[in-house]
Design a protein around this ligand. Structure first.
Ligand SMILES: [Zn+2]
Length: 372
């Protein structure tokens, strides 16, 4: 099992060194993109990543590009591979546009906005305690928990507040604690007001208020930024403040997601969700969908399941979970988008009163079991 461990680096003057590494990585990234584009224009072919790597190694010998040596070679390789992955996704999307998410080819980035670099086996050394050596400099991070498994990659990331984080992505992490089986399974339906409705009718999680109150705060901070004069010191401070609010809300959301996922994975053995079509949901419900972070939540549940030895699966998005009556299995075709706002509806064929979300959750559960 793969798992990543993230820690905050201590604030120190030495962090400027990392800052510089990230900026240089951004320069190299843009250089690679330019080479890709030019190569394609000249030959009509795709630039092989291995050729690009050897080319970059050669460049280091030229005086103009001498500063490329400053960036660990593994980090450069990672940049090339990352761009390669981006292009591959784009080509795949071009071949088959029904994949769902739209992919555009990798493009130029402002170096100021470039955020991270990644190392593999070399370029760093983990010392005792909470110390790590990157290049020839030693850094300390707040080690909130132990790193388990074999370290595959180390990523240094700078956030909008100027803080640095270090992430160890590890392989062969043994599932820590297999939670006892409860013999219970459940289907879940996502919603706006109620974040999650469970098929057994017991669990009904309201969306935390922090998201709505957070939106107001963000709006206020946003206005503050736009009122300030461009390039002024007060504007810079307002931008940092806005980033701080964003970060706080992200943390609160993650906390909510993790606690809920933990609870569900402890309570149920098999968990069924609907396969989310985020872009369609956005059209229907607006930006609130992204604020709630349904897909982040599903990812966390998936991780928790593999960690605790439980199973999660999703039900085809074209399965009419909302419109099907759970009692008589009749699909209510006359139900439009308008009716979706009603929390309850009466089945026209058997006349039973149905709770919209619970009915959908039950359908998801049954469909999930049928597919197993
Ligand atoms: Zn019915």
């Amino acid at each position: 099992m793969r798992k990543s461990f993230k820690y905050k680096l201590y604030r120190s003057k030495k962090n400027r060194y990392l800052d510089r590494l990230i900026i240089f990585s951004g320069v190299i990234y843009n250089h690679c993109i330019a080479l890709h584009k030019r190569y394609f224009k000249l030959t009509g072919k795709y630039l092989n990543p291995n050729r690009l790597k050897t080319h970059l190694t050669k460049l280091k010998k030229i005086k103009k590009y001498e500063f490329y040596r400053f960036v660990p070679s593994q980090a450069i390789q990672d940049i090339v591979e990352r761009i390669d992955r981006g292009y591959k996704l784009f080509f795949k999307y071009q071949k088959d546009k029904s994949v769902g998410l739209r992919y555009s080819p990798p493009s130029f980035k402002k170096t100021r906005k470039y955020k991270s670099f990644t190392l593999k086996q070399a370029g760093y050394k983990l010392l005792d305690g909470n110390r790590i050596k990157i290049g020839d400099k030693m850094f300390k991070f707040s080690k909130s928990r132990d790193i388990i498994g074999a370290i595959k990659t180390v990523t240094i990331k700078r956030d909008a507040l100027g803080d640095f984080y270090i992430t160890f992505s590890c392989d062969n992490v043994e599932p820590q604690t297999i939670k006892p089986m409860t013999g219970k399974s459940a289907g879940f339906d996502f919603g706006l007001k109620t974040f999650l409705t469970c098929s057994d009718g017991i669990v009904e999680i309201n969306s935390p208020l922090v998201f709505t109150s957070g939106l107001k705060e963000i709006r206020r901070a946003n206005k503050a930024v736009s009122r300030k004069k461009i390039w002024s010191n007060s504007r810079r401070k307002a931008v940092v403040n806005l980033a701080r609010i964003h970060k706080l809300i992200t943390y609160k959301r993650r906390d909510f997601h993790f606690k809920l996922a933990n609870k569900l994975v402890c309570d149920y053995d098999y968990l069924f969700f609907e396969d989310l079509n985020i872009s369609a949901m956005k059209k229907l419900w607006g930006r609130k969908v992204s604020d709630l972070g349904f897909s982040d939540f599903l990812n966390i549940v998936g991780h928790k399941c593999s960690e605790y030895g439980k199973k999660m699966s999703t039900v085809d998005r074209f399965f009419p979970s909302t419109k099907t009556c759970n009692m008589c299995k009749n699909v209510n075709k006359s139900m439009g988008f308008k009716d979706l706002s009603n929390r309850e509806w009466i089945c026209p064929s058997c006349g039973v009163l149905l709770h919209r979300d619970r009915n959908a959750a039950r359908n998801i559960l049954e469909e999930g079991i049928r597919r197993l």
